[in-house]
Design a protein around this ligand. Structure first.
Ligand SMILES: [Zn+2]
Ligand SMILES: [Zn+2]
Length: 448
C-alpha cells in the first residue's frame, strides 16, 4: 500500500494543527541566532558579575496588577489571566522585573551582599496583536541591580550592558534614548502641569487618554494615536521640573555615559509603559533596517517597586531586551553569525561489525569531550562521507573490516583528503592533536 501523505491524512481527519495566534516555533535554522544571543548575554553577565535567576512562568495576577499599574495596557488588556482549580487567580508572566523583585523579597535576598546583580532569559506572555518581531510568547533577557544605594553608576552600568549587548551582536544604527521621570517629590508637580496642559486640549484627545488624564497623565506621552501625538510637541519638559536631587542624579548618569563615550538622545517624552519606574528611563532602538520591531532593550530605575510589594524602600535599576526582536533585527540587518568552525569529528563505517564499533567510538569521543557526528544509519560509505561534507567537520574517522582486524582507525583530513591508519587506543590523543593543529577553536569573542 502506498503510504498516505500528510495532506491526505489531514483531509481525512479534517484538521491540521498550527500554533495559536501570536505563538511561534523557533526552527533549527534560527537556532544559531538564539544560541549566539544567549551566549553573549551569559558572557556579559559573567563579566559584570550578574548571577542567573529563574522565576516561574505562572505568578499571581495581583503581582502585576499592583506593580505595573491597573491603568497600563499590560494589566488592562494583555495578561493571560485564569483561575486555577483551587481558585487562585494566576497569570502567565507578562514581564520579568516584578517577578525578580518578588523573589528578592520572598527569599530575603536583601540580607545578602548588596546590591544583588541578577539576570534572566525567560519567556514572557502578552495578549497583544502580533507584529514584526513581537509575539504573544516572546523571550526577554533582563539585567537587574537590586538593593544597595541608588548610585547613578548602576543606571549607567545597566545601560552600558545593553549597549554592549547590541554592539557585540554587531547590530548597527542604534539610538539610545534617555529621560528622567523624577521622584515622589517632583513628579506630582509635573503630573499637575501635564494635566493642566492636556485639559486645555481635551477635545483633541482619544477616549483612552481622556480616561488616563485623571489617573495617570504621564501615560498620555505613550499614546500612539495621531491626535494625541500632535499634542506632545508642546508638552512641558519634565527635565525642567525635576527636584534638585533628581536633577543631580540624572546629570551624573549622563556624565558617566559621556565618560564611557556612549552617545545618547535626551527624550523628554520617554516614560516607558509601566508605572513603577522613577528617575532614569531608557530605551535603545535601531534606525533604518529593523526599526519596525520597535524598542530593543528598555528599562529604568524602580526604587519604589519593593514598597508596592510590601517591602522596604529598596533602590533598584534594570532593563530587559526582547530576544525575538533581536533575532528580527539581526536578520533585517543581514548580520551573519560567525561561521562556527566545528570542533567535531565525523565517524563513518563500512560493514555491519564496523557499525557496532563506531557506536562505541562515538561514545568514547563524547566522554573525551570531543564533538562527534555520524550518519551510521546510512550503509554506503560514500553516502556517509557526503553527509560529513555537509556537516563541515574537518576530520573523519573511518572504520572498515580491515581496520577492525588490525585494531586501527583511518583518520582522514576532509579538507586535503590525506589519510592514515592510527591504532585504536591512540585515537583520542591523535584527534585532539589534529584539532589543535588545525587551530579549530570557536571564533566568537565577546568583546569584538
Ligand atoms: Zn525628584
Ligand atoms: Zn491618546
Amino acid at each position: 500500500m502506498i503510504p498516505k501523505t500528510r495532506k491526505e491524512k489531514s483531509k481525512e481527519s479534517g484538521k491540521t494543527f498550527q500554533t495559536p495566534k501570536g505563538m511561534h516555533d523557533v526552527l533549527p535554522g534560527d537556532q544559531p541566532y538564539w544560541d549566539r544571543i544567549e551566549r553573549v548575554v551569559r558572557d556579559l553577565a559573567e563579566f559584570y558579575n550578574f548571577a542567573r535567576i529563574r522565576t516561574p512562568i505562572l505568578e499571581f495576577a495581583e503581582l502585576f496588577q499592583r506593580t505595573a499599574g491597573e491603568e497600563t495596557d499590560i494589566v488592562r488588556k494583555e495578561m493571560y489571566v485564569f483561575k486555577t482549580k483551587g481558585g487562585d487567580v494566576v497569570t502567565l508572566r507578562p514581564e520579568g522585573t516584578a517577578a525578580v523583585a518578588r523573589a528578592y523579597l520572598e527569599h530575603s535576598l536583601g540580607r545578602m551582599s548588596q546590591p544583588q546583580r541578577l539576570f534572566y532569559i525567560e519567556p514572557m506572555f502578552r495578549y497583544e496583536n502580533p507584529q514584526a518581531g513581537r509575539y504573544r510568547q516572546h523571550s526577554q533577557a533582563g539585567f537587574e541591580v537590586l538593593g544597595g544605594s541608588n548610585d547613578p553608576i548602576y543606571d549607567a552600568q545597566i545601560i552600558t550592558m545593553f549597549q554592549r549587548l547590541l554592539e557585540t551582536l554587531r547590530i548597527k544604527n542604534t539610538n539610545l534614548k534617555i529621560n528622567s521621570i523624577g521622584c515622589r517629590v517632583c513628579r506630582p508637580l509635573y503630573r499637575r502641569q501635564l494635566q493642566t496642559y492636556y485639559k486645555t486640549h481635551e477635545k483633541d484627545l482619544c477616549s483612552d487618554c481622556v480616561g488616563r488624564l485623571k489617573q495617570n497623565p504621564l501615560r498620555l506621552l505613550d499614546c500612539k494615536e495621531d491626535s494625541c501625538g500632535r499634542l506632545k510637541e508642546r508638552v512641558p519638559n519634565v527635565l525642567d521640573k525635576l527636584c534638585s536631587t533628581c536633577s543631580e542624579h540624572f546629570k551624573t548618569v549622563l556624565e558617566y555615559l559621556d565618560e564611557l563615550q556612549l552617545p545618547y538622545t535626551l527624550d523628554n517624552q520617554l516614560v516607558r509603559g509601566l508605572d513603577y519606574y522613577n528617575r532614569t528611563v531608557f530605551e535603545i532602538s535601531v534606525e533604518g533596517k529593523g526599526s519596525e520591531v520597535g524598542a530593543l532593550p528598555g528599562g529604568g530605575r524602580y526604587d519604589y517597586l519593593m514598597e508596592l510589594l510590601g517591602g522596604h524602600l529598596t533602590p533598584a535599576v534594570g532593563g530587559a531586551c526582547g530576544v525575538d526582536r533581536l533575532v528580527a533585527v539581526m536578520k533585517a540587518q543581514e548580520i551573519k553569525i560567525g561561521e562556527r568552525l566545528s570542533q567535531r569529528v565525523f565517524v563513518a563505517h563500512a560493514g555491519e561489525l564496523a557499525k557496532k564499533k563506531c557506536l562505541k567510538l562515538v561514545e568514547e569521543l563524547r566522554k573525551a569531550n570531543i564533538g562527534a557526528s555520524e550518519a551510521l544509519a546510512r550503509e554506503s560509505l560514500k553516502a556517509q562521507l557526503k553527509a560529513a561534507d555537509r556537516d563541515g567537520a574537518p576530520i573523519a574517522l573511518i572504520l572498515g573490516q580491515k581496520e577492525i582486524y588490525e585494531d586501527g582507525v583511518i583518520i582522514r583530513d576532509l579538507r586535503s583528503g590525506l589519510q592514515e591508519t592510527v591504532p585504536l587506543h591512540r585515537i583520542i590523543d591523535e584527534v585532539r592533536k589534529r584539532l589543535r593543529d588545525k587551530n579549530v577553536v570557536e571564533v566568537t569573542p565577546i568583546h569584538d
